[in-house]
Design a protein around this ligand. Structure first.
Ligand SMILES: [Zn+2]
Length: 422
C-alpha cells in the first residue's frame, strides 16, 4: 500500500530563496505547456503530446529569456509537465464519466496559496545520515521527524502553504505482510454514527467529542477571522491579519488531522470490523447544517478508517443509501418514522424501549453492515433508578427496559460512560 507521510521542513534563508526559484520555474514550465496546448486547441490542431512539450522545455533552456530554468533540478521541471498531464487525464476522464467531473487545467499563479514541487526517485534527493533532506540545487534542509518512515520513500513533494510553512510529503510503500501482524487479534465489531451533537458515537455506547487541543485552536481561528473582517481592505494591517488567519487555519487542520489519526487508529486497533454510514448521502440530507464544524472532518476521518482497515487486515463497511438508521428501534427492529433532530431520546412505540438516538443509530449502522452488535448500549435506563455514587466510572449493562421520563438522566449517562475523552 502506498501512503503519504508529511513532515515539517525548516529551510534556511538561501534554501528558501532556492525553493522560491524552483516553485517559480515549475510554475512557468507548467503554464508554458498549458498555453501550448490551449493555443493548439484554439487553432484546431491536435492535442500536443507530452514528448513534444518535454523537447520544447529542453529547447527553452537554451534561449536567454528562459536560461534561468537551468538553475533548478531538471527532474522537478519534467515532473511539472507530468503533473499537467495528470490534470488533463483527470479532466478528460471526468468528461467520459469515468470519475467525478472537474474543471480543465488552470494556469498557476504566484499568488496561489499552495506552492509545490515534486522530486521523483531519479532526482537524486536523499535523507542524509544527520537526518536532513538533501534536495538537488537546494541543499540539506532541516526536517522535524515526528514519526518514523516504514520504508525508503520513492518520491518527495515539497510544499509551501498559505501560512508560509514548508512541508515534505513522502510517498512510502508499506510491507503488507508485516502490517497484518501489527494489530492485536480481536473479534469485536463496531458501528459508528458521525453526528452533530458528538463527533462520533460508537455502537458500544461511547460518545466521542473533539479533544480540547482541537477546540482551543478552533477558538483561536474564529478570533483571528473576526479580527481580519474588521481590517480595512488593502491595508497593511489587513495583510498581517490575513497571515494570522492562514496560520490559525493551518493549526486547526493539523490538530484535526492528529485527532482523526488517533481516533481512527484506536478504532481499528480495537475492532475486527468497522461500519460507518456513507457520508455523501448524509451530506445531502443535511445541507441545512452544512456549516457544522464537523463537516470538514468526516470524510478525512472515514478515509483514514478505510485505508487503515485495508492496511491492518480489518473489515470496513460503508452503509449505503437511505438506511433509516435513526428511525429503526435497535431492540425490536420496528421502524416508527422520522424524528426531529432535537429528539435525543425516544421510546419505541412497539416494544417500549427508551433509546439514545445516537447510539441507536450507531448500532443500526453496524447491523446494516451485517455485524452482530448488541443493542443494549443504545438503551437508556433503568431511568427511574439514579446511579449510586460508587457506581460512577463502571459500565452498566442497561439490560432493563424500564419506561420513564425520557431525557431525564441523559446527562448522567454521559458521565457514567466517561469515555467521551480519548
Ligand atoms: Zn422497539
Amino acid at each position: 500500500m502506498q501512503l503519504r507521510y508529511s513532515f515539517r521542513l525548516y529551510p534556511n534563508g538561501p534554501q528558501r530563496a532556492a525553493l522560491a526559484r524552483a516553485f517559480g520555474c515549475a510554475r512557468v514550465v507548467f503554464n508554458d505547456a498549458l498555453r501550448a496546448r490551449e493555443e493548439a486547441r484554439a487553432a484546431g490542431l491536435p492535442f500536443v503530446a507530452s514528448g513534444v512539450l518535454s523537447k520544447a522545455l529542453t529547447e527553452a533552456k537554451k534561449r536567454p529569456e528562459r536560461a534561468w530554468l537551468g538553475e533548478v533540478s531538471a527532474v522537478v521541471l519534467q515532473q511539472s509537465l507530468r503533473d499537467l498531464d495528470t490534470a488533463y487525464r483527470n479532466f478528460f476522464d471526468g468528461l467520459r464519466d469515468k470519475r467525478p467531473r472537474m474543471g480543465a487545467p488552470r494556469f498557476k499563479s504566484r499568488k496561489d496559496s499552495r506552492q509545490a514541487i515534486r522530486f521523483t526517485a531519479n532526482a537524486r534527493w536523499s535523507i542524509t545520515p544527520g537526518g536532513d533532506l538533501a534536495l538537488p540545487k537546494i541543499g540539506d534542509v532541516r526536517v522535524k521527524w515526528s514519526r518514523s518512515l516504514p520504508s525508503v520513500p520513492s518520491t518527495v513533494t515539497v510544499i509551501k502553504d498559505a501560512a508560509g510553512r514548508y512541508f515534505a510529503s513522502f510517498v512510502v510503500a508499506t510491507d503488507p505482510a508485516a502490517d497484518l501482524t501489527r494489530m492485536p487479534q480481536t473479534d469485536t465489531v463496531i458501528g459508528i454514527d458521525l453526528g452533530l451533537t458528538h463527533f462520533a458515537v460508537l455502537s458500544d455506547g461511547r460518545k466521542i467529542d473533539s479533544p480540547r487541543f482541537l477546540r482551543r485552536v478552533e477558538k483561536r481561528l474564529k478570533k483571528a477571522q473576526r479580527a481580519l473582517s474588521r481590517k480595512v481592505k488593502g491595508s497593511r494591517n489587513r495583510e498581517k491579519a490575513r497571515v494570522k488567519v492562514a496560520r490559525a487555519h493551518g493549526r486547526v487542520a493539523d490538530a484535526r488531522r492528529e485527532f482523526h489519526h488517533q481516533l481512527s487508529t484506536r478504532v481499528i486497533r480495537e475492532n475486527q470490523a468497522v461500519a460507518v454510514e456513507d457520508l455523501a448521502v448524509r451530506a445531502l440530507a443535511r445541507t441545512r447544517l452544512a456549516k457544522s464544524v464537523h463537516d470538514a472532518g468526516w470524510s478525512q476521518f472515514v478515509a483514514m478508517l478505510e485505508y487503515k482497515a485495508a492496511r491492518y487486515g480489518r473489515a470496513f463497511h460503508r452503509i449505503g443509501r437511505f438506511e433509516p438508521t435513526s428511525q429503526v428501534c435497535s431492540a425490536c427492529g420496528v421502524q416508527d418514522g422520522p424524528k426531529p433532530l432535537d429528539v435525543r431520546e425516544w421510546m419505541c412505540g412497539a416494544c417500549g424501549t427508551v433509546l439514545d438516538r445516537d447510539i441507536n443509530a450507531a448500532v443500526n449502522v453496524a447491523r446494516a453492515a451485517g455485524l452482530a452488535v448488541s443493542a443494549c448500549r443504545a438503551q437508556v435506563g433503568p431511568v427511574l433508578v439514579p446511579a449510586q455514587r460508587e457506581e460512577a466510572g463502571t459500565h452498566r449493562d442497561g439490560q432493563s427496559t424500564v419506561v420513564g421520563i425520557p431525557g431525564r438522566y441523559a446527562g448522567e449517562r454521559k458521565s457514567i460512560d466517561g469515555s467521551s475523552d480519548l
